[in-house]
Each structure stands twice: as C-alpha cells, then as structure tokens.
Ligand binder design. Structure first.
Ligand code: ADP
Length: 398
C-alpha cells in the first residue's frame, strides 16, 4: 500500500505506455502474481502492453469475452496442464483499458489482492488522465503560440508592404518633374498633329491620305501618354501581392522608360544590356520594379554628384550557371566608401541630406522574399554596382 501510494509521484509526466509498463511490473512485484498484462485504450487505436514473467500466448488463447468484462474472474491454461486463475480490473472508464493478472493459486485474488490491484489501477487511471490533460493543454498552447506567431508574421509582412508602398510613392514623387515632361511631349505632339489635320482638311481638295497619317500619329502619341500614366498608376497603386511568372527584361524596360527623363536632365547616359532567353522568374512585378526604380534613382543621384568624367549607368541582365536570373545596376559615380558599403542595406542609413535610408533595406527584403539575394560592391577605381539574383523558373525562358 505504501509503495502504491507513491505512484502518482512516480508517474508525473509519464506517458500511457510508460505507465502501462510500470503498472504491470509493479503488480508482479508487489502482488504475488505470475503474469500482468495491461492495455490502454482500444486495441485498434493504440495497444500498450506490458508483460512480465508472462506467456505471450495468453491473450490470443483466452477469449477476450472471458476477461474484458470489468472485474471478470476466470481460469485459463497458460501451458498444457498449467491452470491459472485470473482477474481483470478496468483502468478508468475507457473501454478496452484493462489490467489482467494471472496467478497459479486457485483462491487468487484474495480480497486484499483485489484491493491492491484496484488501488494500483486507479492510480494509473489518474496518471493517464493527468497526462492527457497536460497533452491537450500543451497542444492548445502550441496551437495558440503558432497562431500568434502567424499573426505576428502577417502583421510584419503588412507593415513591410506599407513601408514598401510609401517608399515607392516617395520615389515616384522624385520622378514627377521628368514624368511630367514624358507625358507633356506626346500631348504636345497630339496638339501639333490636330492643328496639322485641320489645316489639311481646310485645303481644297483635302488630302485624305495625309489626314489619315496625321490621325495615326495623333493616336500613337495619345497611347504613349496613356502608357506612361498606366505605368505610374501601377507603381503607385496598392495592390495585393502577386505571384506571377514574369519576364524581368520587360519589367526593367518599363522602369527605364519612367526614369529616362530624370537620367536625361542629370546628363546620365543609360545603357541596357539585357540578355536574351532569360528564365522567367516568379514574383510580384510591381515590387521587383520598385527595386529597379530604387537602384536606378540612387545611381542617378550618385552620378549627379560627380563633376568630372562621363556619367554612365549600365543595366545588365544575365542567366547564371545555376539557371538563376542575374541583374546588375552599375554606375560610374563616386562609389561606396568602406563604411557605406558595410551599412548600405541598414534601415535608416543615409548619406543624403533629405534621404530616408529606407530604399535599399526595402529592396533587400523584397529580393529575399522572392528567394533571391541582393548585394553591393564598390567599383575600382570608382562607381558602385548593385547586383541581385532571382531564382529562375526551370525550363521556362522568355
Ligand atoms: P536613401 O537613398 O534615402 O539615402 P537608400 O537606402 O536607398 O536610402 O540608400 C542608402 C545610402 O546608400 C545612400 O544614402 C547612399 O549613401 C548609398 N548609396 C546607395 N546607392 C548608391 C550608389 N549608386 N552610389 C553611391 N552611394 C549609394
């Protein structure tokens, strides 16, 4: 009894299998029985058995109906000519959870033995119950923690997108003047064309073929202005993140068109060496364009600081040996000092009087979210290069 009373302590944290094993062993050592067999839960669900000094043939040979009933007493033959007397004691209320004990004595179990068995079994039932409660508490806690982590991640992602969007709008703001020029030019062409058309139709006889040609020009100019506006709208609009299969060269060309004006006003000559047959990449077009926009504007701003030499900006794409897409933005500007090189991707690191220092840190997180890598290097003797790779989609080339 004393030994049995310490069981709850011993079984703290033990799982049903350990409890079943330990119960069987304890019964064999404390009660004078030759065989103890414990099962927890329905056999079909989870059979947990423990044998001690046992003939494993016991269970199949003895019909379950003999011993599975609560508190059934029965007699069985373990080996030929070896009669055994047994008792089954239910463990808790779960059907199929039972302790079976066998002994050679015909008076087994005595009242005291039966009491000991019941006490031990009740302790085991309590321990199993406790284990289950702890398990469900733990899994509830784990579920909650996972949910909280997911929510935290979601909030972080949203914040990052907000930030990326704000940065994009701010960057586009820097382009306003040059974009206004970009739009003004086709509009001016439209007005000139319309005036020309009016002149032609007023002439007698009117040259309708020429009118058609002028109208064609007017249409093209209108579309050009519309395209520029569409591109700006796409970059400024806050759209849900997309996962498209996209062709990076096309996305880069659009950004180059938007930045052409700013490059021209800053006397920067832009060269694009875009490789043919690049693999497609998977991701969000607007976000990747934001990266290009940031890198190009940074380069133009760096170049505008230089007073000597030509201001050159080179945009290149290539396919890497491992099938990734490689993009480089290289300028002939003042380059990156060792300190800047170390911190360029840190949030809020800026050397510009009105800089925010967010652009490159956002660029890096965008590229990393696309499974790629963005890094910087200082050119020799001067200038800076920003390069990134993006995983190329296998077998799909643009
Ligand atoms: P911001 O442009 O607001 O300063 P960024 O994160 O885009 O923020 O850039 C951080 C800093 O990195 C810049 O202030 C500048 O010192 C440096 N940098 C970025 N691009 C270049 C470049 N092409 N040449 C030289 N320095 C650069």
């Amino acid at each position: 009894m004393v030994a049995l009373s310490t069981l709850p302590m011993i079984w703290i944290g033990a799982n049903p299998e350990q409890i079943a094993n330990s119960l069987a062993q304890l019964i064999v050592s404390v009660v004078d029985v030759e065989f103890a067999w414990v099962t927890m839960g329905e056999p079909a669900v989870n059979v947990l058995q423990a044998h001690k000094r046992a003939d494993a043939q016991f269970a199949p040979r003895t019909p379950k109906s003999d011993w599975a009933k609560p508190n059934a007493r029965f007699a069985t033959e373990v080996q030929p000519q070896r009669k055994m007397y047994g008792v089954s004691v239910p463990i808790g209320r779960e059907p199929g959870s039972v302790l079976v004990a066998l002994c050679g004595r015909s008076e087994f179990p005595t009242e005291l033995e039966h009491l000991l068995l019941r006490v031990a079994v009740n302790q085991a039932a309590v321990a199993v119950q406790q284990w289950r409660t702890e398990q469900s508490l733990r899994s509830e806690m784990e579920r909650r923690e996972a949910l909280e982590a997911r929510e935290r991640e979601q909030r972080q992602r949203e914040m990052q997108r907000e930030l990326a969007h704000a940065n994009r709008v701010a960057t586009m703001g820097q382009l306003t003047a040059s974009i206004a020029h970009e739009v003004k030019q086709p509009i001016a062409a439209t007005v000139v064309g319309a005036m020309a058309a009016q002149r032609i139709v007023s002439a007698k006889p009117a040259d309708l073929d020429q009118v058609r040609r002028v109208l064609d020009e007017i249409e093209k100019a209108g579309r050009r202005a519309g395209d520029v506006i569409d591109r700006i709208r796409a970059l400024i609009k806050k759209e849900p993140l997309r996962k498209d299969q996209l062709e990076i060269n096309g996305a880069i060309r659009e950004v180059l068109e938007l930045t052409r004006g700013k490059a021209a006003t800053n006397d920067v000559s832009v060269q694009a060496k875009l490789a043919d047959e690049l693999p497609l990449v998977e991701g969000d077009r607007v976000e990747l364009q934001q990266v290009m926009l940031n890198l190009i504007i940074n380069a133009i701003e760096a170049l505008s600081e230089t007073s000597e030499g030509s201001r050159e900006l080179l945009i290149g794409t290539a396919k890497t040996e491992s099938g990734d897409v490689f993009v480089a933005v290289q300028d002939s500007g003042p380059g990156l000092s060792p300190v800047t090189l170390e911190h360029v991707f840190d949030a809020f690191y800026t050397t510009k009087p009105s800089g925010m220092g967010m652009g490159l840190s956002i660029c890096r997180s965008i590229i990393e979210a696309h499974g790629g890598r963005l890094w910087a290097s200082a050119n020799v003797p001067n200038g800076a290069t920003f390069q990134f790779t993006l995983p190329g989609l296998p077998y799909i080339t643009s």
